[in-house]
Design a binder for this molecule. Structure first.
Ligand SMILES: [Zn+2]
Length: 146
């Protein structure tokens, strides 16, 4: 088996500098891992995340809160002692262009759209997993962990 001289290796790495697999080439050059082994880094976990991302349906951002409220009427039961508050009201709160937007949902609407809120949580968790995996990969590829 023939190996490259350091000069040949440098020339090769310079050649693939803009390749999207550059980190993988570099890792291979640094560790002597074979191409298949290096590509395995993108392997099972990354593929699982990608597959799960591809299966997510509609996703609603924001938070759901349920609260009891007082109205504006001065003589209402909600002003008695003890107060009998109105509700519960189901509020869907999200941020749109830096402003908080709130919509009231009925219990039936919440039940219907709950999977979409769950999907948004799943989406954020998967994005975090993918970022964590990517960070681990760049640390390994660049040899920063050593
Ligand atoms: Zn009231």
């Amino acid at each position: 088996m023939q190996t490259w001289t350091p000069a040949q290796l440098r020339r090769f790495l310079n050649h693939v500098r803009d390749d999207w697999l550059y980190a993988a080439w570099l890792l291979s050059a640094r560790t002597g891992m074979r191409r298949g082994e290096v590509l395995g880094i993108r392997g099972p976990l990354q593929q699982r995340i990608a597959r799960a991302l591809g299966e997510i349906g509609f996703a609603l951002p924001g938070n759901i809160t349920q609260r009891m409220m007082r109205c504006g009427k001065r003589t209402c039961r909600c002003k008695h002692d003890p107060p009998q508050l109105h509700g519960p009201y189901i509020q869907w709160t999200r941020t749109v262009e830096g402003k908080t937007v709130t919509k009231l949902l009925t219990a039936e609407q919440l039940e219907r759209y709950q999977p979409w809120f769950d999907n948004a949580h799943q989406l954020r968790a998967l994005a975090t997993d993918l970022e964590t995996l990517s960070i681990d990969t760049i640390i390994k590829s660049e040899g920063w962990g050593r």
